[in-house]
Design a protein around this ligand. Sequence first.
Ligand code: MG
Length: 170
Amino acid sequence: MISEKMRKAINDQINAEIHSAYLYLSMVSYFKSLNLDGFAQWMTVQTQEEISHAMKFFNFVDERGGRALLQPIAGPDVEWESPLAAFEAAYKHEQYITGRIDNLVQLARQEKDTASEIMLQWFVTEQVEEEANADGIVQKLKMMAGAPGGIFMLDRELAARVFTPPAAGA
Ligand code: MG
């Protein structure tokens, strides 16, 4: 059985992950409006990943005998100045999520909740990758500033991203 404090914190994280999906789906629409279909594909996969993160937390709460009491999802930003600005926002958002995961780990330790702490290890590792992915694209966009052909090359590269569901039990 999960403690009420931990259940509530994970419940809030389900909301944060779905809000992340909402933000990235908003970016899909932004990139489509610019005809950057590869960028849009990359963000579509990102959206799917965030939903899978939410489901991981959702299923965990259920397995521990708690209930996920779903809350309203805050509206995402809908407009960005440039593809670079959008990816900078994505990178900043992932840093925020990393901070939230770290806080959950601290709470699990306070609560002596080993099962939650072990479950959260996956997210600690995942966040390293999430930040590196977003920052990597920010850096590429910065390097190609002033070279308009670059963005179309990057668009082709980002089009190749496919969604791979996390392994069962992982
Ligand atoms: Mg996430």
